[in-house]
Design a protein around this ligand. Structure first.
Ligand SMILES: [Zn+2]
Ligand SMILES: [Zn+2]
Length: 207
């Protein structure tokens, strides 16, 4: 497995390039504003071919470069249906847009528990509403990896102050994450990595 992180845009959103070392197939996760050139350069350097664009949710800072990336790679865009509308009509989620964003048509809609592959990597979708209704995390069990979007950060949960947020749903989502093995590496949508075990406060949601 290959994983590269590109913090980009005014909120330093972590765009990710996740690749299969055997097949050289790769996915871009959350193409943040201005990240596409850096991601595409790295993919070329590593000999990776990008065949999926995966979104943890549809807040603007996570999909700002999705249409550019789609045009440059021809790859389909994956998102949960409950977060799809803001891709088609940026700003319809009620978050203020500081600048105009290109809309993007999603091609595939995630459902909870769905499994898909990036090359030989098996990835499981965990629907984690709370920060946004269609928020998802990507779990790669063979590599003890969770890509947590804006649901779980080092030291805290995702923001609940936004119009898309729902505190009760967040509790259920954190419970799901608290049940993952403690050695699971967590790569969030902003900031540094952590592990499920290090985030010991998660245990209070585990009942
Ligand atoms: Zn967000
Ligand atoms: Zn974010």
């Amino acid at each position: 497995m290959l994983l590269f992180k590109f913090p980009f845009g005014p909120l330093k959103t972590n765009a990710l390039l996740l690749g299969c070392s055997e097949t050289k197939k790769a996915a871009v996760i959350d193409p943040a504003l201005g990240s596409s050139d850096a991601v595409l350069e790295k993919a070329e350097e590593m000999g990776l071919s990008i065949d999926k664009i995966l979104l943890t949710h549809s807040h603007w800072d996570h999909f700002a470069d999705a249409q550019n990336m789609k045009e440059k790679t021809g790859a389909p865009v994956y998102v949960h249906a409950l977060d799809a509308e803001n891709l088609r009509t940026p700003g319809s989620d009620g978050l203020p847009l500081l600048f105009p964003l290109r809309s993007v048509d999603p091609d595939h809609f995630f459902v909870d528990g769905e499994r898909f592959k990036v090359g030989h990597l098996n990835i499981e979708v965990i629907h984690t509403p709370g920060h946004s209704p269609g928020g998802v995390c990507f779990y790669v069990p063979a590599h003890h990896l969770l890509i947590s979007g804006d649901t779980l950060f080092q030291g805290c949960m995702g923001g609940l102050h936004l119009p898309t947020a729902n505190a009760d749903e967040m509790k259920g989502s954190l419970k799901k994450l608290s049940l993952l093995p403690p050695d699971t590496r967590v790569v969030p949508g902003h900031g540094p990595d952590t592990t499920i075990g290090k985030e010991s406060w998660l245990k209070k949601f585990n009942h």
